[in-house]
Design a protein around this ligand. Structure first.
Ligand code: AMP
Length: 579
């Protein structure tokens, strides 16, 4: 098997890494460790990706696209020059560049990758990321959460158990996650964040500030002019980075509009006052993480800062003040995530590493059914099935009954959210199960939701008495299902290599991957079983204890085939006990 690369596909910047001789190695792109996540067309219509595209941002904003990650999972196409592209297509051009850099660096063809996404990315966003990878000629072996990757990068070599807060503030997204590393298993206990909060927002606040000053001086708003706005953005972004190291900085731009020059001094403390409310929001997410994980900040061993914007000194200051732990700075905050992705990629390749990954779903998934709401019968009450915070992979079944005599079909509707009425949650998808038996009302339908390690949802509805069933991989409501790989390939033409099709469909799961999945499933099942022990009758409890003991033994002896069988038995028991 060739190298599997780890990719941090960031809003502002992207990085690619690989494990060589047991160590994570950042692969340079155009000689730099960080590649701007920027795509553009030059004046001749030639494709530009990375630094060169970013360089033309101010001069040719209409032909340059930045922050495409914010649009992942949406159907709206973006304009680049006089052509329109899907977010997947633009992201695939970034991924293809990283792939090419990796191939040049490693001297071999690369067809497989692990890609990271914010913990808060929903199903549509994760699928769009996977589609982009495939379009770039990469078989995306795993999508993992960025904070999880960060914890892996910091902890891959350590043996003691610990609890880590990962505070990840990038260009466009924020995530806080509590990660527990126990017996070599990395588990995200809770995760909160905001897919629309990051360093870009700090830039916008600074831009508005400078725009106001410029207007007072010249009665013109630079923000009203696209070219001036983009020059201003580049200038304030540079100033913002400088303010991480110095108390004052100057922003000078000659001929910003016509013959008007910009010359403004910014003080760090004034800048900090601007961004404080946003950082306050990030700390609220941190506190929600503790609450969700039923943990106090005192239980923490370590705080890891991730993402370029976490270099803002006020971040470490606030974290220290509220959590009382000095954040760690040993690894470059921009590179941690790609390194963690590379570590996970190495696990997939079967290389020895000490950590196994367990992820959780940050969302609750369920269905709508007739039920009681506010003391009254309501026809569409939300029935949660896989709860937020459940370790992945997760599988959960529930029995439902038909309402009418001779009912021939049921409409299975799946939602994501926490609201008590189904319609107030995000509609994920629906399907009809037809041809049910002609029997009185009360015909039992078993609905099963399965979320895999990539957060992809598979829904099965089965008529219990006949076994008639239908399984659907849920497309999200916003149309990512409409993604057509061939059409996108045609649209991008020469910009991507078509022989990459050899990446083909997902290969069979290799041994290391399978082992990892069996372990992760065992851990999740054991946890759910242990939580039930006190609430079930003595016979069930004794049966469950016996299974738990056998499963513990199989783990200790490294007998994964046996463990997989025991997982099945535990899962079957839980199916009935958890109802
Ligand atoms: P990332 O998405 O992790 O690449 O982070 C990019 C964001 O970090 C952008 O908003 C950058 O402007 C910001 N950034 C990079 N370096 C610094 C720095 N030294 N101080 C403050 N923000 C920074």
């Amino acid at each position: 098997m060739g190298a599997v690369i780890g990719i941090d596909l960031g809003t502002t910047n992207s990085e690619v890494a690989v494990i060589r001789d047991g160590r994570p190695e950042i692969i340079p792109v155009d000689g730099e460790p960080i590649m701007p996540s920027c795509v553009g067309l030059d004046s001749r219509g030639e494709l530009l990706v990375g630094r060169v595209a970013k360089n033309q941002m101010a001069a040719a904003p209409e032909s340059t696209i930045l922050s495409i990650k914010r649009k992942m999972g949406q159907t709206e196409r973006v304009a680049m020059g006089d052509r329109f592209f899907s977010p997947e297509e633009i992201a695939s051009l970034i991924l293809a560049s990283l792939k090419t850099a990796a191939e040049a660096h490693l001297g071999e063809t690369v067809t497989e990758a692990v890609i990271t996404v914010p913990a808060y990315f929903d199903d549509a966003q994760r699928k769009a990321t996977q589609n982009a990878g495939q379009l770039a000629g990469l078989d995306v072996r795993r999508i993992i959460n960025e904070p999880t990757a960060a914890a892996l990068a910091y902890d891959a070599d350590q043996t003691s158990d610990r609890t880590v807060l990962v505070y990840d503030l990038g260009g466009g997204t924020f995530d806080a996650s509590l990660v527990v590393v126990q017996d070599g298993v990395v588990e995200v206990k809770s995760s909160h964040g905001d897919t629309h909060l990051g360093g870009d927002d700090f830039d916008h606040l600074l831009m508005e500030h400078v725009d106001r000053i410029f207007f007072e001086q010249h009665a013109v708003h630079p923000l009203a002019d696209l070219k001036a706005k983009n020059r201003l953005w580049a200038a304030v972004e540079k100033a913002k980075r400088e303010l991480s190291d110095v108390p004052y900085t100057r922003i000078r731009e000659e001929y910003l509009i016509g013959d008007l020059h910009l010359d403004v001094e910014i003080e760090r403390s004034a800048y900090e006052d601007m961004i404080r409310p946003l950082l306050r929001k990030t700390m609220d997410s941190v506190h929600r993480c503790f609450k969700d994980a039923l943990m106090l900040p005192g239980a923490l061993d370590k705080v890891i800062l991730v993402g370029g914007a976490s270099r803002t000194p006020l971040v470490a200051e606030l974290v220290k003040k509220e959590i009382n732990i000095e954040p760690r700075h040993e690894i470059h905050p921009d590179l941690i995530v790609a390194m963690g992705a590379a570590i996970q990629a190495a696990v997939i390749q079967g290389q020895k590493t000490k950590s196994i990954l367990v992820d959780i779903t940050p969302y609750t998934f369920g269905t709508g059914a007739v039920g009681v709401y506010n003391g009254q019968l309501h026809e569409d009450v939300f029935v949660p099935m896989i709860h937020r915070g459940t370790a992945l992979p997760a599988r959960k079944g529930k029995r439902f009954s038909t309402m009418h005599d001779g009912q021939e079909a049921v409409d299975v509707r799946i939602y994501q959210g926490e609201a008590p009425l189904a319609e107030d949650n995000i509609f994920i998808g629906n399907f009809l199960v037809e041809g049910l038996s002609d029997v009185p009302a009360g015909n039992e339908i078993v609905l099963t939701l399965a979320l895999d390690l990539n957060g992809v949802l598979e829904v099965t509805a089965a008529e219990k008495r006949t076994g008639l069933s239908k399984t659907v991989t849920m497309k999200t409501g916003d149309g990512t299902a409409a993604f057509d790989l061939e059409q996108a390939r045609e649209h991008l033409g020469d910009w991507i290599e078509t022989e990459s099709e050899s990446a083909g469909p997902a290969p069979s799961v290799d041994a290391a991957d399978e082992k990892e999945q069996v372990m992760a499933a065992a851990k999740a099942l054991r946890k759910r079983s242990t939580a039930l022990l006190n609430d079930i009758d003595a016979t069930d409890a004794s049966e469950l204890r016996a299974l738990l003991a056998d499963s513990q033994k199989a783990i200790a002896e490294g007998r994964y085939q046996k463990l997989a069988e025991l997982n099945e038995s535990l899962s079957d028991m839980l199916f009935y006990l958890e109802d």
